[in-house]
Structure formats: C-alpha cells, structure tokens
Design a protein around this ligand. Structure first.
Ligand SMILES: [Zn+2]
Length: 306
C-alpha cells in the first residue's frame, strides 16, 4: 500500500529468539540446516517489530542486537535525506534483556527519537552506563506507567501491560521467580486506524487480562520460543526449561496452541522463535501441527497490514 493511506502496518524486523538462526556457536539440528544453506530453514535475526499508521513514521517494539542489519534490510526504515534523518521516531522496550535493548547502542549518531519503557526497565538500562552513548539530551527516555495509553506517533496508541515474566538474565541472582507480574516484562497493545494488535514476545502464562486483550485484537504476535518445555535440555543445549526462561512452550498442556485455541478469529503469529525449535524446519511435523492449529510462523521481513 502507498504511504499516506492510513492503516496499521507491522513489519517483522526479526522473528528469532536470542542468538538468531543460525546462532554463532550452535550446531543443533535447525542451526546445522541453516549453516549449510538448506532451503528448509530461513535465517532469522532477533525479535523486533516496527509499527506505522502512515507508512512514513515508525515506532519500533524492541531494539535487538541485530537492529543495524534489520534497518539495512528494511527500505521503509532507510533515511530519506537530504542529510541525516531516520523514519524511526520512537522505540518501545518490553524489558531490559540484551535481546530487546542492546540494539540501542547502534543508534548513537545524534538522531532524535524517544525511548519508552516502564520505570523498572529504564532503571535497569540506566544502571548500565554503556547506554549513555545514546545521549539523553537528544534521545529522551520516558517512563510509561502500566495500563496508561500513550502516543509515540500521531495516530498510533500504545499501552504496556504486565504479564508473568522474570528479571533480565543479566540481573538474575539467587532464586529466580518466573511468574512475577510487574514492570519487568510487559506486552504491548497497539491501536491505530481502528485496528488492534498485541505484541507478546515473551510470555510465561496467559493471564485473564492478556486473554481479554487478545480476544479484542485483530492480530497477535506471540511467544514461539520453544516447541516443548524441555527442548533445550533434551537437545543438550542448556539446563533450563522454557518456563524457567519465562517462556511457555508452543505445544503440550498449557502451551500456546492450547492456551490460544479459542481465539481462532484473531490472526495469530508466532515470533521470537529459538533456533532449537523444529517449527523452523519447513515441512517438519511440528510446523504442520502449528499451521493446522491456525497459527502462522513469523519470518524476517514479514509485512502485516491490518
Ligand atoms: Zn541451534
């Protein structure tokens, strides 16, 4: 569609989880196919979404460490010139994980934009002085209270709301609670041009609140990190379950397919997919299962016009 006509547009900048696909040090089944250039597995960068209502100005949901590469791959985000000037007007962070925030470090060339996040996330970012290279005088950081709508772009209304999650990995110490509901892990509800979208790239459990918001949405981007809860352990890739990492599995009891079954009239798209997840292999039984349940699998560069 042409810029100028109003519609809620979402661009998937990255559809992978931490590490992307293939992950630099990984030789798991999916990564091996990706390393060898097998057409059944598309390479993926780390999760992020860009939203616009006019096609000219954009707000990003999260800034992954792959952000520079994602901007290069996305013509809508290229500077229009003359001189300096990016169509990126704002960035919303859903947590302070490296996966979500490290891309800010790539945006330090005195380009004005605004960072929106909860107080807790801004505090975590603020503790890390490396982020001071993104000069606060040029790039203000605005704390957003949960449940309070704000407009990072004219015509694009967003709201942050809490879901069960955990503190960022780099702030973990002692016993880690993964069912915490607070400012640490949030989802984004977006509304523009009369359409609604929910972005939930990390979710340990579908709460009543999240369920109600999904019911009222046109499009949902949802946590597709692992297919099974013990996937990392079973593949010898780590010692944590998905739930311990703050992610519900796609399959199984209380997995995403089951928990979101009743929302058949919402366009449901899995994103933040880990490189261990067999749904990334085109033609696999796991991919077939997800599609048969009415879900889509996000890919880098996917465009959704609502
Ligand atoms: Zn892998």
């Amino acid at each position: 569609m042409s810029p100028g006509s109003l519609a809620l547009r979402a661009l998937v900048l990255g559809s992978g989880a931490g590490g992307g696909v293939p992950q630099w040090n990984c030789g798991c089944r999916v990564c091996r196919l990706a390393w060898s250039g097998d057409k059944r597995v598309n390479p993926r960068t780390q999760a992020g979404l860009a939203l616009s209502v006019d096609g000219a100005n954009w707000v990003l949901l999260n800034a992954s460490i792959d952000l520079r590469q994602q901007i290069l791959a996305t013509p809508a985000l290229h500077p229009k010139g003359p001189g300096r000037g990016s169509p990126i007007a704002a960035i919303v962070l859903t947590n302070a994980e490296v996966d979500s925030a490290a891309g800010l470090l790539a945006l330090r060339e005195r380009q004005p934009f605004v960072i929106f996040a909860t107080e807790a996330t801004l505090e975590a970012i603020g503790q890390n002085r490396m982020f001071d290279v993104v000069d606060r005088a040029v790039v203000p950081r605005r704390a957003v209270p949960l449940g309070q709508p704000f407009e990072p772009l004219p015509g694009v209304k967003l709201e942050l709301f809490a879901i069960p999650g955990k503190v960022p990995l780099w702030l973990e110490e002692g016993e880690v609670l993964t069912g915490e509901i607070g400012e640490g892990t949030v989802c984004v509800a977006a509304e523009a041009a009369g359409k609604r979208l929910v972005y939930a790239p990390a979710c340990a459990h579908v709460t009543e609140d999240l369920d109600a918001r999904i019911a009222g949405a046109d499009v949902l981007f949802f946590d597709g990190t692992l297919f099974t809860d013990d996937e990392m352990i079973a593949n010898g890739l780590g010692d944590k379950t998905g739930r311990r990492m703050g992610h519900m599995p796609v399959s199984g009891p209380q997995g995403a397919l089951e928990a979101l079954q009743r929302h058949a009239n919402v366009r449901r798209i899995l994103l933040h997919i880990n490189n261990s997840n067999p749904i990334l292999i085109q033609g696999s039984p796991e991919e077939a299962k997800v599609k048969a349940a009415g879900f889509e699998i996000a890919f880098d560069g996917m465009e959704v016009v609502v």
